[in-house]
Design a protein around this ligand. Structure first.
Ligand SMILES: Nc1ncnc2c1ncn2[C@@H]1O[C@H](COP(=O)(O)OP(=O)(O)OP(=O)(O)O)[C@@H](O)[C@H]1O
Ligand SMILES: [Mg+2]
Length: 428
């Protein structure tokens, strides 16, 4: 059993930088947890504290029922794969995978069996005799994972293991990790800043911002029931639409006033607002582009500013008073509807999919106000599609297969402690 419990875990660097604030979570045995959030939010720090590579400033971490605050990394039965994994260039794939086991003096027969098993799981059996420089980026990545798998760790920690790969390889490897996960029965904690990766891999996702956990939930929960404005804006592409609106309470009934129109609120939402005794107030209303519905004549009107053809659907950007609203229009049956610039279209919002956030705190008004965080008043800035593309390209500028393998061989004799998680990423 390797459940991981983080109990009010905190990390302060240099007595002043609070990297992680009061992290509380119970990770179940064999669960796949993804930590996600913008750069600097404390993901790696959390992972490194679980690994034992970073001391904990306050709180307690236990793994498999045992408090590990003072347990050195090598005794935590953990394997870690980093973003900047490096393979030993002078060794074959086989030897790279076998290396940690050899250092630990496993019998040759056992090593051989473990290496071949791992290679089969990762589909790299044909590559065992090759040197790393004769591999593609994705294949190298699999070797790095193989090196961690053979140790049969209780817990598998991965810190942005795919971020050096180009978009296509990253998608492929993501599928590989899902398959891997089905074959090895281990608890995973996986760090990424990519929300798609988080949504597709995680049993549960932890969304972090500035050291604070913003929400912990299944992909469906964080998508459909975000705890606050930050989570609402961070999860999902295209980003959720946000509008300034007025929540009006009359007795026990609520409705919304938006752009001079009255909007009804779904009964289930009314019930939750009433439960927390929410009063009339200015709110930020949110609705995902998937749930803005085009109508023939009824509802709001907007003018087409931009249309983006995405393949099976179109992203329609409409001018809506002071705001812009993005509508995701699925291509239905032929003939597909075409939109022209400046055209007026009518739309409504799917009433069950409207979210109401406090203008003051950003907290979801359907959630318990005692759980409101104060750092979430703003949704994240999400780059527009072309910018996002540019960012993605800048992140992975080189085709992985062409990435030069580090020249210098790591000092084999002075290799890191065989069982430390660092072993997974020997620094050349
Ligand atoms: N050794 C250190 N000394 C001081 N501050 C640090 C140290 N390591 C990290 N920090 C700070 O702690 C915060 C969290 O860092 P962390 O590496 O956990 O972020 P992250 O979420 O992994 O970000 P990224 O997506 O960029 O990898 C940041 O503000 C960072 O500058
Ligand atoms: Mg990091």
């Amino acid at each position: 059993m390797a459940e991981i419990i983080l109990n009010h875990v905190k990390k302060i660097y240099d007595k002043s930088v609070v990297a992680v604030q009061d992290f509380c979570m119970e990770i179940r045995d064999q669960e796949f947890i993804v930590l996600v959030g913008p750069s600097g939010c404390g993901k790696s720090t959390t992972l490194r504290m679980i690994a034992g590579l970073e001391e904990i400033s306050a709180g307690e971490i236990s793994i498999g029922g045992k408090v590990v605050n003072r347990v050195p990394p090598k005794d935590r039965d953990i394997a870690m794969v980093f973003q900047d994994y490096a393979l030993y260039p002078h060794m074959t794939v086989y030897d790279n995978i076998a290396y940690g086991l050899k250092l630990r003096k496993f019998p040759r027969r056992v090593i051989d069996q473990k290496v071949r098993e791992a290679a089969a799981i990762l589909d790299i059996t044909d590559l065992l005799k090759r040197k790393p420089k004769a591999l593609s980026g994705g294949q190298r990545q699999r070797v790095a994972i193989g090196r961690a798998i053979v140790r049969s760790p209780k817990v598998f920690l991965m810190d942005e293991p795919l971020s050096n790969l180009d978009a296509k390889l990253r998608n492929q490897m993501r599928t590989e990790i899902i398959k891997l996960r089905q074959r090895i029965k281990t608890t995973f904690v996986y760090v990424t800043h990519d929300q798609t990766e988080a949504m597709t891999l995680g049993d549960r996702i932890v969304i972090m911002k500035e050291g604070f956990v913003q929400q912990i939930g299944t992909p469906r929960q964080v998508f459909h029931d975000p705890n606050n404005l930050f989570v609402a804006g961070f999860i999902g592409t295209p980003q959720m639409n946000f509008f300034e609106a007025q929540l009006c309470r009359e007795g026990e009934r609520y409705h919304l006033e938006l752009n001079g129109r009255r909007l009804e609120i779904a009964p289930e939402k009314q019930r939750r607002l009433l439960q927390y005794n929410v009063q009339s107030q200015s709110v930020t209303a949110g609705i995902r582009p998937e749930y803005v519905l085009l109508t023939d004549a009824a509802g709001f009107t907007g003018q087409v500013e931009v249309t983006e053809m995405m393949g099976s659907n179109t992203h329609l950007h409409l001018r809506f008073g002071e705001d812009e609203v993005v509508v995701l229009v699925p291509d239905g049956d032929e003939p597909v509807r075409e939109f022209s610039l400046g055209e007026t279209v009518h739309f409504t919002f799917h009433a069950e999919r409207i979210h109401l956030f406090s203008r003051e705190t950003g907290h979801n008004l359907e959630h318990d106000p005692r759980e409101a965080l104060t750092t979430s008043a703003q949704p994240p800035e999400v780059p527009s599609e072309p910018e996002a593309q540019a960012v993605a390209e800048a992140e992975a500028p080189v085709a992985p297969a062409a990435t030069p393998e580090p020249e210098a061989a790591p000092e084999t004799d002075a290799a890191p402690e065989p069982e430390t998680p660092q072993e997974s990423a020997p620094t050349p």
